[in-house]
Design a protein around this ligand. Structure first.
Ligand code: ZN
Ligand code: ZN
Length: 115
């Protein structure tokens, strides 16, 4: 995978080790960090190490989201959230804070009473 990098993107700086983060998990292409501004008791960000604009997500190469989701399941499993419960969140079009594509693993909030 071609590694794209943007100098004014905080996630790119974190992935390059040029900005601090609380790293939870990583493999060659993806990184999981604690959200500095959590939206839930547990808020983990899973992001590609290479810059991927939200607008490019739809046209990313075949297999890209397969790898992305496998990275997410690794973090979910390692944290035991598959037992305790979690929500995956992907924000867009004004609800997202950063254009560098990422997914939130949220946990620890009250569970819904009905399905
Ligand atoms: Zn970036
Ligand atoms: Zn976000």
């Amino acid at each position: 995978m071609e590694k794209k990098y943007s100098d004014d993107c905080i996630f790119c700086l974190i992935a390059a080790g040029k900005a601090p983060s609380k790293k939870i998990w990583e493999n060659e292409d993806f990184l999981a960090i604690e959200n500095k501004f959590p939206e839930a008791p547990i808020d983990i960000l899973v992001l590609p190490k290479a810059h991927l604009e939200k607008s490019e997500a739809r046209t990313s190469p075949d297999g890209y989201w397969d790898s992305f989701m496998k990275a997410i399941w690794e973090v979910v499993s390692a944290g035991g959230y598959d037992r305790t419960g979690y929500v995956l969140q992907n924000n867009g079009a004004g609800y997202n804070h950063l254009e560098h594509e990422h997914m939130h693993i949220l946990s620890g909030m009250p569970k819904p009473t009905s399905a």
